[in-house]
Ligand binder design. Structure first.
Ligand code: SF4
Length: 188
């Protein structure tokens, strides 16, 4: 691998699918193809920490954006992003380029264009009827996950612009088209 001074930041689970909520779908070939593309084109890769794993651990349930939309989780997101922000500042100051940040479509934390939502998800699973009602209310909406929102806000406060793009775990073609278009002509 050559030192090109080109860097891409990726959500934690793109390099380590083990951090995802147990039982949810895996990335198949999408993340492998994406990482191979980045390595073949000599991008350095910075891995973000997983905001959910580092507060709720591996046994967590799947959550929705509304549950994470609180000051405690937002503070957690900011604090785990801080060491990465230091790296970004130092790299940029020394002439390196952060070409993209790759988010995870649909995640309540790391989604960029789509995030998982429900106003009634949470509380106790009292009975089947109550639980079914909650499951039926789950949907994907056009909004950011809370971690991505805090990252974007932090970058704005620092006057930094990094292109953020979702990896679509259900479509290798959509993911690769979006990432190659974004990085076109930038690699080495
Ligand atoms: S919180 Fe983010 S990094 Fe962690 S598993 Fe979910 S999408 Fe991946």
């Amino acid at each position: 691998m050559k030192r090109t001074k080109n860097i891409v930041i990726v959500s934690h689970c793109i390099l380590n699918v083990n951090s995802k909520v147990e039982g949810t779908c895996e990335f198949g070939n999408v993340s492998q193809r994406l990482i191979k593309y980045l390595m073949d084109n000599n991008y350095g890769i910075i891995q973000l920490p997983c905001p959910e794993l580092t507060i709720y651990g591996l046994k967590r349930w799947g959550h929705v954006r509304e549950q994470f939309d609180n000051p405690y989780y937002r503070k957690h997101c900011r604090s785990i992003f801080e060491p990465i922000l230091d790296q970004i500042e130092d790299y940029i100051k020394n002439g390196y380029k952060i070409e993209a940040l790759i988010a995870v479509k649909g995640s309540p934390s790391c989604g960029y264009n789509l995030t998982c939502s429900s106003s009634i998800w949470g509380g106790e699973f009292i009975d089947k009827e109550n639980t079914d009602k909650k499951i039926e209310d789950l949907r994907l909406i056009n909004n950011l996950g809370v971690f991505m929102e805090e990252i974007e806000q932090t970058l704005i406060e620092k006057n930094m612009k990094i292109n953020i793009i979702d990896m679509d775990e259900e479509s290798e073609a959509v993911t690769m088209e979006a990432i190659t278009e974004l990085l076109k002509g930038k690699g080495n």
